[in-house]
Design a protein around this ligand. Structure first.
Ligand SMILES: *Cc1c(COP(=O)(O)O)cnc(C)c1O
Length: 224
């Protein structure tokens, strides 16, 4: 067994245990930033289909090279508005939607031969200065704007809580409340993306159903 397949099995087992305790299914997003094509293909061969990337150029190379594997690609890094076109043309999901200009750009450039782009609103839940994500009081306006866009499909929320706050679950718990509220207001809201290698069990306990895992799957990143 390779280290990757061992990690994958361990993670799958841990996820199963967490999701049984919390009584909801949890999906795994494999965060493949800095991993080369070979590592991504190895992971895909284990049965993983959803991959998360932070850097647009790096991602597009992988998406194109691995086209025949029919993987699902999520952008989880900050999005500059001048990258909306290339992102809308290549990704299946964008988890980092946090301002009106990005919504307009993604909708404008999503090609008509592809399904509407799945989007999550990223929330800066701990109001950390300099961090991507909208504030809690901006969520409603952004959700309304996305709902008007034919080429976008709002699926839910994403957050990267401050590690100190996540230790006691406060940020995760607030996200869960906000997500429940959003879901009661619109149809089609089904995804709460939070939890990474160090904090996914507590995120799942607070309703996360998509966790983003890099290190616990691929091992420590060598660069970036
Ligand atoms: C890198 C990254 C992850 C994965 O982090 P690990 O701690 O390696 O699991 C998850 N989410 C985002 C937004 C990231 O940038």
């Amino acid at each position: 067994m390779t280290e990757l397949s061992q990690n994958y099995q361990n993670l799958k087992n841990a996820l199963k245990a967490c999701s049984q305790q919390s009584v909801h299914a949890v999906n795994l997003l494999a965060v493949s930033k800095t991993q080369d094509l070979k590592r991504v293909s190895e992971c895909a061969a284990l049965g993983q289909t959803a991959f998360g990337e932070n850097y647009v150029q790096e991602a597009v190379i992988k998406i194109q090279a691995l086209q025949n594997l029919t993987l699902q690609w999520h952008l989880i890094g900050p999005l500059q508005s001048n990258k909306c076109k290339i992102v809308a043309e290549h990704f299946d999901w964008v988890q980092t939607v946090d301002r009106p200009k990005i919504i307009d750009g993604l909708d404008q450039y999503r090609p008509h031969n592809l399904h509407p782009l799945n989007v999550l609103i990223q929330v800066n839940i701990d109001n950390e200065p300099g961090k991507s994500g909208c504030s809690v009081d901006q969520i409603t306006a952004l959700a309304e704007q996305i709902m008007q866009k034919p080429r976008l499909r709002l699926r839910g929320l994403m957050a990267i809580p401050n590690p100190d706050a996540s230790a006691n679950g406060v940020a995760f718990s607030r996200m869960q409340e906000i997500f429940t509220e959003l879901r009661s207001r619109y149809t089609g809201i089904d995804t709460l993306s939070m939890g990474m290698s160090d904090d996914y069990p507590i995120a799942i306990a607070h309703g996360a159903n998509l966790i983003r895992i890099g290190t616990a799957l691929f091992g420590p990143r060598k660069h970036q």
